[in-house]
Design a protein around this ligand. Structure first.
Ligand SMILES: [Ca+2]
Ligand SMILES: [Ca+2]
Length: 187
């Protein structure tokens, strides 16, 4: 009986701990609760502390995660990885609206492996926004499915380029997945 009580106490404590994590994640989300068809902006910075990758390029789109891409000669580019999800099937619309340089974007299924950037690709864009900034538009037919996590890679055309960027997510239900929620879901 004593052992059972200890187990119950440990379980209660574990549940309490998880609830705390969940609450923190929700509090950190800039838009908790249901989202409407509004802009969800994500701002980040590419700098010397950012991870790097050898980027790809190409115009293919494959929602089955096997878009055929080519290996660019531009290597060692700074990037930021933004996890996104949708709550309803929709064509992704997102756009880099500010950056002091030439951006590129790539969309990957889970996982994105910077050491194997030709794998798991959904789509890539260079100047689809206000050139030289990047965007995915509805006509690109990047139809995302609910229940999956995708990774938007924000990077630059050439290596060594740094600065603050903003991405606006404008399709109906797309949202950036808070890092805290990702950790929570793994546990
Ligand atoms: Ca290369
Ligand atoms: Ca560009």
């Amino acid at each position: 009986m004593k052992n059972l009580l200890i187990v119950v106490c440990v379980l209660s404590f574990a549940t309490f701990g998880m609830a705390q994590v969940d609450e923190k994640a929700l509090m950190d989300d800039s838009e908790p609760g249901l989202r409407g068809p509004v802009v969800d902006s994500y701002s980040g910075t590419l700098d010397a502390t950012s991870p790097t990758w050898d980027r790809i390029y190409g115009s293919a789109v494959d929602v089955a995660c096997n878009a055929s891409m080519a290996d660019s000669s531009n290597n060692g580019l700074y990037y930021e990885e933004i996890p996104i999800q949708v709550t309803a099937s929709e064509n992704l619309e997102c756009e880099i609206t500010s950056f002091p340089g030439d951006t590129v974007m790539a969309l990957y299924c889970d996982p994105f492996d910077p050491l194997n950037p030709l794998a798991n690709v959904v789509a890539y864009d260079d100047d689809g926004g206000v050139s030289p900034l990047s965007a995915f538009v509805a006509a690109d037919n990047i139809t995302l499915s609910p229940g999956a996590t995708y990774y938007l890679i924000v990077s630059t055309f050439s290596p060594g380029v740094t600065g603050d960027f903003t991405v606006d997510f404008t399709s109906a239900t797309v949202a950036v997945v808070p890092v805290e929620l990702q950790s929570f879901s793994i546990e």
